[in-house]
Ligand binder design. Sequence first.
Ligand SMILES: *Cc1c(COP(=O)(O)O)cnc(C)c1O
Length: 360
Amino acid sequence: MSRVYNFSAGPSMLPLEVLEKAQAELLDYKGSGQSVMEMSHRSKVFDDIIKEAESLFRELMNIPDNYKVLFLQGGASTQFAAIPLNFMQKNKKADYIITGVWAKKAFQEAQKYGTPRAVASSADKTFSYIPKVSKEDIDPEADYVYYCMNNTIYGTKFPYIPETGNVPLIADISSCFLSEPLDVTKFAMVYGGAQKNVAPAGLVVAIIREDMLGNAADITPTMLNYKIQADADSLYNTPPCFTIYMCKLVLEWIKEQGGLEAIKANNVKKAGILYDFLDNSKLFKSVIPVEDRSLMNIPFITGNEELDAKFVKEATAAGFINIKGHRTTGGMRASCYNAMPIEGVEKLVEFMKEFEKANS
Ligand SMILES: *Cc1c(COP(=O)(O)O)cnc(C)c1O
């Protein structure tokens, strides 16, 4: 068996141990005589899976009892509409911090349902930094403040949690979910698509403070109404059963690694190897200010588009796949989610050193 080092921004690598466990349990899940892909979502055996997944989320992320943990579908992009429909209902206003394509899409979607405002933006420098937003910048009448914590495409991450006073704070954490500890109590809601760091595609996990629920607009589609989903324990309709099962396996793996502190330490180590190299290389560089750098998505360039293309081609042939940067930014991007082993980053850096020698 030969497995590549997959630096994709998502869907992305899953821990090998998780895939092996899924393989071992595939045909006969715990003596049920069936695969999780085949079982009723109303069965006791599946109910145990979804309950266990929720309880592991609560344990690993320290989620207080007054928060709901919802398993939803439609990707992170569907929440761009669900959030204003559920929460932008009192004053029909919300403050959005625009740090990239995903935040901008969320902002544009919200414009269909009220009058959100862009409170800050880093569009002036192609989203290569995180703007400073303080409490004074926030409209106290806003129904919520929205931001994207880790910007997958650009490789930036908020080095701070915005202070919003009494205004509820909502964050898209798709590409930094479970990558380090997070103080959930600072948020009214955090959510993310699973396909970056949590599970295969097809699942969104939303963690929502209970007092936020119950004020959705009348036109809110039933499936997008968080209160209805919460009251049904995420089983209003058929959920993505197998993806939720995979999520449970990933959470068990994280627990075995020592929880989110240990995961963070490993992520800091991995990202450090690559950033150290970039900061000392004569050929490759990162364009992101040190304090705003993501641990998960690490873009880099040579400054020469032809050389970038050559690097991508040779790296791919050497087994480092999906290392091409996003089509809007060019260059390269190495996404190093939880499941990327440290050897993957070490070997990539060795390969970059060789490439630098051969091309200077
Ligand atoms: C990938 C991504 C999205 C979009 O996710 P989908 O599940 O494809 O809708 C949104 N936000 C962030 C931060 C992402 O990385």
